[in-house]
Every structure is written in C-alpha cells, then in structure tokens.
Write a protein that binds this ligand. Sequence first.
Ligand SMILES: C[S@@+](CC[C@H](N)C(=O)[O-])C[C@H]1O[C@@H](n2cnc3c(N)ncnc32)[C@H](O)[C@@H]1O
Length: 216
Amino acid sequence: MSLTLVPGAVEAYAEAHTTPPTAHLAELARATRETMSSPQMLTGAIEGRLLETLVFLARPRLVLEIGTYSGYGALSMAGALPEGARLVTCEVDDERADMAERHIAAAGLDDRVEVRRGPAIDTIAALDGPLDLVFVDADKTAYHDYYEAVLPKLSDHGLIAVDNVLWSGRVAEEASAEDSGSTLALRAFNDHVAADERTVSVMLTVRDGLTLIRRA
Ligand SMILES: C[S@@+](CC[C@H](N)C(=O)[O-])C[C@H]1O[C@@H](n2cnc3c(N)ncnc32)[C@H](O)[C@@H]1O
C-alpha cells in the first residue's frame, strides 16, 4: 500500500525531480521495506526532503518528532540541523526505536538526535521547549492532544507539521457508520485547526496530506 493521493506516474515524476536521499536514508528505506511491518509508514523521499527543507529554513534549536517508526523522518530532518541544535523523536515501540537508533548512529547523527521511548504525550510534558519545529506523525486519535500539548511550547516562529491529515482522502468523504476511529479523529482535528484563531495553517496535498501550522 502506498500512501499518496497523487497518481503513481506523477508521484514517480516528482520523486525523480527531487534531490535524492542520502546513502544512509536510502539504506534505511531499503532495510525498513525488507525487515519491518507497515513499511508504508515511511515518510519517503519527497516528504523527507520537504521536512529537511523546513529544518533548513527554520534553523531550529529544538525539533520534536512525534512518531519515529524506523527513523526516516528523524534522519531526514537531522541532516539539516544547524550546529548545536537537537532533535527529539518519540517512539512507543522498542523494536522500532532500536532500528531508528541503529541507523541514526550509522549516519553519525546520534550526537544530536535522541529517541525517547514511551508514550509521546509523556515525552512532550517532560520537554521544556521552546519547540521550533514539531512533526506530528503518531497515533491519529491523539492528534488533538499532541497539538494542544505542543502549541504552548512553540517558539514565536515555530512550526507544527502534521502528517496524514487527508487519510487517503477519507476525511473528505461523506461521514458514514463505517468510518474508523482514526478517520473520525482526523476530521475533528482538521476542523479544530481550521477554526483555531490562535494559529494560521495551510493543508498541503503532499503524499497523504501535511498541514503546516504557526502562531497567528
Ligand atoms: C507513521 S509512523 C511514524 C513514521 C516516521 N515519522 C517516519 O518518518 O518514518 C507512527 C509511529 O508512531 C508510533 N506511535 C504510536 N503511538 C505512539 C505513542 N502514543 N507515543 C509514541 N509513539 C507512538 C508507532 O509505533 C509508529 O512507529
């Protein structure tokens, strides 16, 4: 299963016209597809490069990723961290956290990237901030809680990037009794953000949908 709303040929064309991933990222993607369950969760070449570009622009001191999986997003963002900056990424599953740590160390980025194990909501509570960039990409039913937990810790020019907001387009369909908890939660989350006068947001149709949110 690939998570993209864009026709396959167009997605392939966009990827061919995006600067390719580093050798470490390519190896991480290969190993993930070969050895891990749910490899569709990888953010992949286009979104990874977009995240790296956001880090390049934001010049953050502290980046938070909510949902590590095998570490593709963390490794992508870490590549553009300025000197002295750090990235904390949250993962509840030990096998995934182990895999991410191995690949982050192999890329020589373990001095600036820390995988924090356990429920992300606890990791957020323990972080002082300010957070300059937050990538939200874990359990969809908790997106509202993650947003409310990170917003007070966001720096003045901070950005929250929220993944999978289009959920393969299901959020835009008529509500039905068949809707999953994730679909219901993402619809409610998207409506909450769109109506939130504390923030300004733009929903991008990149991959499975990515909303960028900043303070108003
Ligand atoms: C979509 S994947 C993340 C993909 C990753 N950002 C990337 O770039 O490849 C979501 C991850 O969030 C983790 N997760 C789910 N619930 C969590 C929670 N409450 N706290 C921390 N991590 C959680 C899952 O185990 C899974 O590995």
